[in-house]
Design a protein around this ligand. Structure first.
Ligand SMILES: *Cc1c(COP(=O)(O)O)cnc(C)c1O
Length: 440
């Protein structure tokens, strides 16, 4: 192989601190992006409070909380202090055979905040990995139970659970963007999405179909995985929490574990600390991520019951077969502890309620546009569903011109702002979007 010159100077170096968008376009992957992007990414200089400042000086009200995560906004004094304090003692040590205060404190907090039966915590690097962990727990559970034939996952359409292979296998098979990988993914069983609408009365025919699937297939089912109450990246859909209660009952009756993926909904976003609380149910396994560190570092957790944990360890392996290199990273755990403390010390319920009212009021004018199919709000989540696929770059540039940041996909323009957004910023945000979506 001709390698001469491969490691010679490539003139990639740039000394100043400007964001080189030209370099970015030619060398840097972004989420779900082409190697030949048509549009440049917007270059960010800094972010503080509820605002993102671009290198061109433009300041944008953040409507995304960096994909559900930055619930306290940016440059949070308490979190920055927690980072400084933690690096003074250690930023990282391995978690195999060692433990430390930031991790034990975080796991204690998560156990206290979630429902009583969830007693064991597995820390990992990202939401997708926490879903892999949950799925592996379910599989090992049935091995430990001497029912290894229970090895399939059942879920609903319009779900999103991450981009790794196991997680992809339970994402919506059509809009999950993963049809390319279908041949190598384990075959999950898909039920129709729960009928839309948080307040809509229950649809008996849906329930009947779900019950029938349990009756026919429970011998082969390891676990039901679902995003409680809000389906996020798979369609920004809300559904009646009583469907969760119903699923919980079926799981109990038919010996199927229930995995709740709270990665997007956790930490207050829907108005409850965790969305399963709308249904007053407890899953056997629960995934947390995104807002866990207030959007500062990647960290996720998979919680499970004592029964799951103990049965997993009765499988032939005798242990749970997973252990990321950066498991329990002290810096990430310290940040999560600070973020949770900050959240619990804040009037987050009032803030979320306030955002809910502001979004309902502020986005209502969009519903008058004949291009808009639906406007819906739940907690600090606002969704405008268009009739046609959105020209993302065009809508984005109009919203940016109006002083706000959103990241639409498909037919959906949606917001989930930091909880600290103030009245005026919220008004400006919804106005920026409505004007851009127009004509109203
Ligand atoms: C974002 C998300 C994931 C994946 O988390 P990553 O940190 O991106 O790997 C999984 N499930 C849900 C519900 C999510 O919203």
């Amino acid at each position: 192989m001709l390698t001469t010159g491969l490691f010679m100077s490539k003139s990639l170096h740039q000394d100043n601190k400007l964001v080189d968008t030209n370099f970015d376009r030619n060398h840097v992957w972004h989420p779900y992006s082409s190697a030949n992007p048509i549009n440049d990414n917007y270059a960010v200089k800094s972010a503080a409070g509820c605002e993102i400042e671009l290198t061109n000086g433009k300041r944008l009200i953040d409507g995304m909380a960096s994909w559900w995560s930055a619930i306290h906004g940016y440059q949070v004094k308490e979190i920055n202090q927690a980072i400084r304090n933690q690096i003074e003692s250690m930023s990282h040590v391995m978690f195999g055979g060692l433990t430390h205060q930031p991790a034990t404190e975080l796991c204690r907090k998560l156990i206290e905040l979630t429902s009583q039966p969830l007693q064991r915590v597995f820390l990992s690097d990202s939401g997708s990995v926490s879903v892999e962990v949950a799925m592996k727990m379910a599989l090992q559970y049935w091995h430990g139970n001497r029912k290894p034939q229970k090895s399939r996952f059942i879920t609903v359409r319009n779900g999103y659970h991450g981009d790794t292979f196991g997680a992809m296998s339970v994402c919506d098979p059509v809009n999950g963007m993963h049809s390319l990988f279908r041949d190598v993914l384990p075959q999950a069983m898909f039920l129709p999405a729960p009928p839309a609408g948080f307040d809509m009365p229950l649809d008996n025919s849906w329930q009947h179909e779900v019950a029938q699937a349990f009756e026919l297939h429970s011998d082969s089912l390891a676990a039901f995985i679902i995003e409680p109450v809000v389906q996020g990246a798979g369609g920004m859909r809300f559904y009646n929490p009583e469907y969760l209660t119903f699923i919980r009952q079926l799981c109990d009756e038919h010996e199927v574990l229930l995995i709740a993926d709270e990665i997007a909904t956790g930490f207050g976003r829907t108005g409850k600390l965790f969305a399963v609380e709308h249904a007053m149910i407890c899953p056997d396994i629960m995934c947390l991520g995104k807002a866990l560190t207030g959007g500062t570092l990647s960290l996720a957790a998979t919680l499970c019951t004592d029964d799951v944990a103990e049965t997993v360890c009765q499988s032939a392996a005798g242990v749970f077969m997973h252990g990321p290199t950066f498991m329990g990273n002290p810096l990430a755990c310290a940040i999560a502890n600070a973020s949770i403390d900050l959240l619990l010390a804040s009037p987050w319920q009032q803030r979320v309620k306030h955002i809910e009212q502001g979004l309902k009021r502020g986005l209502a004018p969009c519903a008058k546009s004949d291009q808009v199919a639906d406007v819906r709000v739940l907690g600090a989540i606002g969704v405008i569903e268009m009739k046609q696929a959105i020209d993302v770059a065009a809508l984005q540039s109009r919203v940016i011109a109006n002083g706000a940041w959103i990241r639409p996909f498909g037919k959906l323009a949606y917001v989930m702002p930091p909880f600290i957004i103030n009245e005026q910023q919220l008004n400006s945000l919804t106005k920026a979007i409505c004007q851009a979506v127009g004509p109203v």
